[in-house]
Design a protein around this ligand. Structure first.
Ligand code: SF4
Length: 346
């Protein structure tokens, strides 16, 4: 189940963290605060982690009282916190009635946070546990940032990947302000090279992100080199095909002056032929994008198998591509792939 009871249904004060960005800005202005106070409040809520507006000592007493009487500053509830043998931590959060997942992975002492942007997803990619859950709602920019805030309670974070539940290009009104806060000096101050956003490739979204000025790195979930195969596993491909997505990504790379990587989930008898490997390598060379091969993590209810020719496939891609890396799943025993934890409780 993606959905619990929201505070609105329970007749409680709304959570300020769940307001969308437009309403958040409006709330600050209605508290009779100046425009710059929007950034001040973001910092107190999403970086310092206050849960009561009285802690914003730079605001007037009247403004604090107004905020306290209209909103709750409480954090999302942590419904589950799991830790695997490889020190992966996975959280299941209740964001005002919407469930979402966040993961903290540890690789040779470097920690990467994987965060969600939606509760569920509309796009229904057939290999994805989140796709099977359906869509409940977009997460607000605050609910996206809260995941970083909460995960930082476990350890410092070196890198952030927007690769959890949901398609970021389907929620850019919230994702862009969240990325601005993560990269701004007044926010978390992460270098844009330390943040990667993953997308199946919604072309207008890629263009909008390129124009937004956030300039984070992009990972394109290609997962096939043939449009028929890709449309069968990623329905959005029938709207924006492989060439559309790669061309938009190339423009993104030059406009945002940022790296774009091609992600390729290896699925047995679907996309792992030697011919696929050659074509994938050539795409990498043509568009000057490195390849990240992903080993499929078998998931209950999803009828795919990991490819049995990883080594050979990698060798052929590497003979043709500009660069190739292989990514294996972390935290297998705690269902760390996106959507698995919610699915388990569904
Ligand atoms: S892979 Fe991404 S876009 Fe596709 S269903 Fe899963 S979360 Fe949605």
């Amino acid at each position: 189940m993606l959905r619990g009871k929201s505070r609105f249904e329970m007749n409680e004060k709304p959570l300020i963290r769940s307001l969308n960005h437009r309403l958040f800005v409006k709330a600050v202005r209605e508290a009779d605060l100046e425009k710059y106070s929007v950034d001040v409040l973001k910092k107190f809520l999403f970086k310092i982690g206050i849960t009561n507006f009285d802690e914003v000592t730079t605001f007037s007493k009247n403004a604090r009282e107004w905020l306290n009487s209209h909103f709750d500053a409480g954090l999302p509830k942590v419904l589950e916190r799991l830790r695997s043998k490889d020190e992966t931590i996975k959280l299941l959060l209740d964001c005002n009635g919407a469930k979402s997942e966040s993961v903290l992975m540890n690789s040779r002492g470097k920690r990467t946070a994987c965060i969600s942007v939606q509760s569920g997803c509309k796009l229904n990619c057939v290999f994805c546990a989140t796709g099977k859950l359906g869509f409940f709602r977009n997460l607000s920019f605050g609910e996206i940032l809260d995941q970083v805030l909460i995960l930082r309670g476990d350890a410092s974070i070196d890198r952030i990947v927007v690769m959890g539940m949901g398609e970021p290009m389907d929620n850019l009104d919230e994702v862009i302000p969240a990325l601005h806060f993560l990269t701004s000096k007044d926010g978390y101050g992460y270098s844009r090279k330390r943040i990667t956003l993953s997308t199946v490739g919604i072309v207008p979204g890629i263009e909008r992100l390129a124009n937004s000025g956030v300039g984070v790195e992009l990972a394109i979930s290609l997962h096939a080199v043939d449009d028929n195969v890709r449309s069968a596993i990623i329905p959005m491909n029938s709207k924006y095909n492989i060439e559309d997505v790669l061309k938009a990504s190339k423009l993104y790379a030059s406009k945002a002056n940022s790296k774009v990587t091609i992600e390729y989930l290896l699925l047995q008898d679907i996309n792992n032929s030697e011919d696929d490997a050659v074509k994938l390598g050539r795409i990498s060379r043509k568009y000057l994008m490195p390849i990240n091969l992903i080993v499929f993590n078998p998931t209950e209810g999803i009828e795919f198998e990991p490819a049995d020719n990883l080594e050979r496939f990698t060798k052929i891609v590497s003979d043709n591509a500009i660069a190739v890396t292989v990514r294996r799943s972390k935290g297998k025993e705690i269902s760390a792939a996106c959507g698995q934890l919610v699915m388990r409780g569904a």
